[in-house]
Design a protein around this ligand. Structure first.
Ligand code: HEM
Length: 533
């Protein structure tokens, strides 16, 4: 008998190791040890050092692989790098020696991903982005203090925060209260499309920036019940400044995190730009957070509780202004270590529009579905008729399967444990390679084909998929806090777009790249022709 530790090291149960091992490893490979002794298990579990992976060089580790012209790893093509590692080394791969970072173990096996998630206990730890952690916990500690939100925050501080906002953020009915606000922002976006498209109905090259503005405006309505005016003809200066700061933040993240981390030694120009960007994001968000607080104070008891923004609800429930404003800030700055949510949502929308533009036969099915659910061009979208949009929902899922904006997610081990048949020590970052798994024939039949049908109930393709292959919003206690809002925002916007337009793309096919979200590379020169014409 032996005490078993889960990923964060707490002892869960006393159990004979072979029995435990069977519970966590369903593969036949380990069946034989069931009849053996605990010593047999030790012989079967392989040492950490034997996990295959690219070998580090003395001093430069594996970081040299990111050096242009010398190395073969490209920061904006981590998708292709991950695919190559999988093909070369198999389902469990170790990436060690990235200077300034702990070892990483990549998992390309849904059974192992499930095992790690299922063993998660109350305080799961998602690997932090050291530069963001430094910003929150060292550089701007005076501002964030102990209540640093959920991003790059762990342990009891994370739990304390998350437990206060979980219900408000994750209950499906909470999100549905915002349908009208989300719908009216989506309508503004459609008006904006009509305004900016040219005589051939094509939108300008910087259309992604317009989608970012929609997403930011939508988020401001949900989080703060404030109109930022992002989609106005002359948007306030600070809205574009906020989008630019977030883009700067993104462009600098991979350089700070994956290249040689000189920023730890001195203020490199990239690091300075990064900090300036984070400060701008914080200041601009705080301005709108204060406006929202003032509105609440002014209207006091007259406000209908159902109409409150997420931040106002937290304020109302917890009576803690600091907690409410840090949540709102996190909603804008949801680092998830490399991502900011409104860009997450907007990149997903960009990718879905592009996929449907290049798959007109699938778009046609959406038109048919919407024609029956929303028969007139002015039929409103409601919580009830959204329930029937199963094909549109399937198209969203299929795009996020093939092109998940977050190509991999992860957890950090806080104690020695066994993963994938290997001993894995404390402090290792386990990376779930969802992009690679989702595009593998082994896990999805016809994986390289865009087949939304596979997500429809009772479809035979659907039954074959392992539920832990495609997890665009993560899983477990640390899963995406904004999942419900993101799904609702995307569904309403896309339903409105396809209710009104036929969307086409007449140019060269776009590749995808990491920027640092996984997104189509190149201008989204879509055409939006009115269906009624
Ligand atoms: C399509 C849009 C989105 C995608 C694909 C996405 C994806 C993700 C993923 C993969 C994670 C990590 C989950 C895990 O570790 O298991 C995450 C975390 C998070 N997301 Fe999202 N997200 C999206 C939109 C949003 C929105 C709109 C919000 C807020 C309104 C949001 C708030 C958060 C927060 C706060 C976390 C951190 C949770 C924690 O660590 O406790 N996300 N998201």
């Amino acid at each position: 008998m032996r005490a078993i530790r889960n990923l964060n090291g707490t002892k869960t149960a006393k159990i004979c190791l072979p029995v435990f091992y069977r519970a966590v490893h369903n593969s036949a490979k380990y069946e034989s040890i069931l009849t053996g002794s605990c010593e047999t298990l030790n012989a079967v579990v392989q040492p950490y050092g034997s996990i295959p992976g690219p070998k580090p060089l003395p001093l430069l580790g594996n970081t040299w692989r990111f050096i242009p012209y010398i190395g073969d790893f490209q920061i904006d093509h981590i998708d292709k790098v991950s695919m190559r590692l999988y093909k070369k080394y198999g389902k469990v791969v170790k990436m060690e020696g990235l200077l300034g970072r702990p070892d990483m173990v990549f998992l390309f096996d849904p059974v192992e991903v499930e095992n790690v998630f299922r063993r998660e206990d109350s305080l799961p730890l998602r690997p932090s982005m050291p530069s963001l952690s430094y910003y929150k916990h060292v550089l701007r500690k005076d501002f964030f203090g102990d209540l640093a939100g959920v991003i790059s925050v762990h342990g009891e501080n994370w739990q304390k925060f998350r437990s206060k906002v979980n219900q408000i953020m994750l209950q499906p009915r909470s999100a549905k209260m915002y349908t009208d606000a989300i719908s009216s922002t989506a309508q503004q976006f459609l008006d904006r499309i009509d305004q900016i498209k040219d005589s051939k109905c094509q939108v300008p090259d910087d259309f992604l920036n317009e989608i970012h503005k929609w997403s930011l405006e939508s988020l401001a309505r949900i989080a703060l019940d404030v109109r930022m005016g992002c989609l106005d003809d002359h948007p306030p200066e600070d809205t574009q400044k906020l989008i630019d700061a977030i883009n700067t933040f993104f462009l600098n993240v991979p350089v700070l995190e994956l290249k040689i981390p000189f920023w730890r030694l001195f203020n490199t120009s990239t690091f300075k730009q990064y900090i300036e960007a984070l400060d701008s994001i914080r200041e601009i968000c705080l301005k709108y957070i204060n406006i929202s607080m003032e509105n609440l104070k002014k209207n006091g008891g007259c406000i209908d509780r159902h109409q409150l923004s997420v931040m106002q609800k937290v304020l109302d429930k917890e009576q803690d202004a600091k907690l409410a404003s840090i949540l709102a800030l996190d909603m804008f700055l949801v680092g998830v270590d490399t991502l900011t949510i409104f860009e997450n949502t907007s990149n997903s929308v960009a990718s879905i529009l592009y996929q449907l533009a290049i798959h007109p036969e699938k778009q046609e099915k959406i038109h048919q579905e919407l024609n029956s659910i929303l028969p007139n061009s002015d039929t409103e979208i409601t919580n009830e008729n959204m329930e029937q949009m199963s094909y549109l929902k399937a198209c969203i899922k299929e795009t996020l399967r093939m092109y998940p904006v977050v190509i991999g997610n992860g957890r950090e081990t806080t104690a020695d444990c066994i993963i994938g048949g290997y001993h894995v020590p404390k402090g290792v970052q386990i990376v779930f390679q969802h992009y690679v798994m989702s595009n593998e024939e082994e896990y999805f039949k016809n994986s390289n084909q865009f087949l939304p049908e596979r997500w429809l109930k009772n479809n035979c393709l659907n039954r074959q998929a392992h539920p832990f292959v495609s997890l665009p919003f993560g899983y477990g206690k640390r899963m995406c806090l904004g999942k419900r809002f993101a799904e609702l925002e995307m569904l309403i916007l896309l339903a409105k777009i396809f209710q009104k337009y036929e969307v086409k793309y007449h140019h060269e096919a776009l590749d995808y790249f990491i920027h640092p979200m996984y997104t189509p590379k190149g201008p989204l020169k879509l055409t939006f022709s009115s269906k009624n014409k």
